[in-house]
Design a binder for this molecule. Sequence first.
Ligand code: GDP
Length: 437
Amino acid sequence: MFENLQEKLIKTFKSISGKGRISEKNIKEAVRQVKLSLLEADVNFKVVKEFIKDVQEKALGEDVLGSFTPDQQFIKIVRDELIKVLGEKNIPLSLSSKPAKIMMVGLQGSGKTTTAAKLAARFKKEGKKVLLVAADVYRPAAIDQLIQLGRQIDIPVFVGDRKNPIKIVAEAMDDAVKNVVDIVIFDTAGRLHVDERMMDELKEIAGQLEPDEILMVVDAMTGQDAVNSAKAFNEALELTGFVVTKLDGDARGGVILSIRHVTGKPVKFIGISEKIDGLEPFFPDRVAGRILGMGDVLSLIDKIQQNVDMEKAKKLEEKFAKNKFDLEDFLEQLRQIKKMGSIGDLMEMIPGVPKEVDLSSGEKNLKRTEAIISSMTKAERRNPKIINYSRKLRIAKGSGANLTEVNKVLKSYDQMKAMMKAMNSKKSKFSKLFKGL
Ligand code: GDP
């Protein structure tokens, strides 16, 4: 799902990577590309317009955080806006009546009957007693399809007289109360297009039933048509949410980005396969991550932002630039890394890192290094040159390490320092070169 949109956005992000900082000029082009990608993904143009406005404002207004490259920062802004458009957080079903009533509505072929069964199966797994009601008396095969699905998941299906949906609904409720059912799911009539008679019937059922949830099922493959019918249904009925189906196909995904903005109602579930278990609660942040194809890298960025003291990070960077990075700073850096959790957890957030990589030795090293540096005096950390043999022995003893390990830490600090020097002199050469242009 979202492959096309994802591909286009990634291309856009690449175009600003390598740029020194976010500037008005490179943002304009990137924003234009994001706009085209969204329109091409069939996102409603009004939604795109607002989205773009917000991204642009944020991208230009935000300070570039020291540790992020401009493309990373831009991706984060786009991600945050995506989440906003998608609805910030998951809105669960609100089922307070006993029995709770869910009315499924939607156009024919949207996946209404299948989704009713998928939901029923989910509730059953949670230990709930469920009843499915076949109230779609117009599509010839709908009732038999529901009976078959019910059999497959071992959930009873109430059929009634197969003709009068109002009567079916009333009888089904009597049946549900008698059998102490927890949740009743009504599969109502769908038509090929929105028409008045259908709406009147649905309104009548809703009036009689007073459902806890009226969920409209929309087919992602039908793009803007789905958004238009969602609008019409929402005006006629008090919808409580949407289920967007067939996101596993080559749907361009625009529906999911438009629907909440256009109707003000949340997407509660998404359909991701024809199978009974192909239904997921809708989590805006996860879907935004999927759209961007970034997996959890974005959560990693969040984590860094929450845990790393940006002021301190900036100071460290400055010290680095001046070759003044001492063991005191090294220790500070180690502590910041540790604050973010175990290395294993962090690595898991990076796509492509095989799960079987053993990171425990790295973690042990990190702890050992911290212990060794902590056993030094402040004067030693500021000026490691003074660490002679007897000081080394004391540090080793204090940290529970051996002499070789202490030497190793000092050696890696020396190497780091040499690297820093080389980098800085290269940088100055480069900057001189550019000044001459
Ligand atoms: P209804 O007329 O709205 O009741 O639609 P159905 O439940 O009969 O679904 C129409 C078709 O869409 C069926 O072939 C379903 O298997 C299929 N379908 C429903 N949901 C999904 C989904 O999330 N993914 C895919 N790939 N197919 C789905």
